[in-house]
Design a protein around this ligand. Structure first.
Ligand code: GLV
Ligand code: GLV
Length: 343
């Protein structure tokens, strides 16, 4: 009997054959371009040994029950796993595969890009040119100016703040060094102990004056740019809230390339409207992709919003798809997955 693998999105001509060309597998693929319908997945996961899913598929109790006891592995084509009930997976001995590392550089690129887009008013200025209105606002000494993120004769030190100092944060930090960043502060995982030696090593590695683990209040107050790069889920929900935003520098920018749930959108809209902070760059937002024209953040010209494109390069998506397939193949053979989440 063939081993059933359900796949919630076509993964493209380079990745799909890695599954389809295996005669021992019965591969069932969501046939449409749009996001996979939950009802389709509930019906087609029945009897599956492996499910390869996207971050849009909620893998909850109903889904585990639909799959039945034969489910051995859920492989998500994402580094985030907010959509998967890990406790249930552990109870049912279902391995969880994800796609760290392969997307680190692409997401770090977008994180830095959004920081500069927000500080340099790129949304407002590029839209003005696109509307044909450039001639209405010709060059003038202080028109369109924003705060300078990189070090300058006025600000000879620059501090990057990270909510979560994981792989993507470190890759983002590395990119900021040539811009003259001198200090890194971060909030650590509350379940881990501070490690001053590791911080000193990180500082030395990047040529920074200091790397320090701090509390949220200090992070807000001292950062020239705050990068939100922690996992989503109930523990980090609205970690950036009104109180955090009120403590930030007026010239600082907030960048979220992690999960929308970490930032309270209403509080952020208020912070931008009342100019508590300079700007924001978001690749993710609460309630995405259902962002309509009346969304309060769309009215804020210093808020750049991208439709969750952090990992969207051809190279990275090929890497993610390949890793997700390799996680499936290892899982159905009962082997340790190439990228397995500890549950
Ligand atoms: C994207 O958000 C991912 O989790 O890979
Ligand atoms: C977070 O997803 C990380 O890779 O650091």
């Amino acid at each position: 009997q063939k081993i059933k693998v359900v796949v919630s999105r076509h993964l493209g001509p380079d990745v799909m054959p890695l599954l389809l060309d295996r005669p021992e597998l019965d591969v069932v693929v969501w046939p449409e371009e749009r996001a996979c319908d939950r009802r389709w997945l509930l019906e087609n996961i029945v009897g599956a040994t492996a499910a390869l899913v996207m971050l849009s598929e909620k893998m909850d109790q109903e889904m585990f029950e639909a799959a039945g006891p034969g489910l051995r592995v859920i492989s998500t084509m994402s580094v985030g796993y907010e959509h998967i009930d890990l406790k249930l997976a552990a109870e049912r001995k279902v391995k969880i595969g994800y796609t760290p590392d392969v997307l680190t550089e692409a997401v770090a690129d977008v994180s830095v890009m959004l920081a500069f887009m927000a500080s340099r008013n790129v949304r407002e200025t590029a839209e003005l040119v696109a509307r044909g209105d450039w001639s209405k606002t010709p060059w003038a000494p202080f028109v369109f100016c924003g705060p300078q993120l990189s070090a300058s004769w006025i600000n000879t030190t620059r501090t990057a703040g990270f909510i979560g100092l994981g792989r993507i944060s470190k890759a983002t930090l590395a990119r900021l060094i040539p811009f003259g960043f001198t200090h890194c502060i971060y909030t650590g995982n509350p379940h881990s102990k501070p490690n001053l030696e590791a911080d000193a090593q990180t500082a030395q590695k990047y040529g920074l004056q200091s790397v320090r683990r701090v509390g949220l209040d200090e992070l807000a107050a001292e950062s020239d740019v705050v990068f939100v790069l922690a996992p989503g889920g109930p523990e980090t929900r609205h970690i950036v809230n009104e109180s955090f935003l009120r403590k930030m520098k007026k010239t600082a920018v907030l960048v979220n390339t992690a999960r929308g749930t970490l930032v309270d959108s209403d509080a952020l809209a208020k912070a931008l409207r009342e100019k508590w902070i300079w700007g924001a760059g978001l690749d993710v937002i609460e309630g995405e992709p259902d962002v309509r024209l009346d969304h309060p953040l769309l009215k804020e010209s210093r808020c750049v919003i991208l439709p969750h494109i952090g990992s969207a390069t051809n190279e990275t998506r090929l890497g993610m798809g390949t890793l997700a397939v390799n996680n499936v193949l290892a899982g159905i053979q009962g082997k340790k997955l190439p990228a397995e989440l500890d549950t």
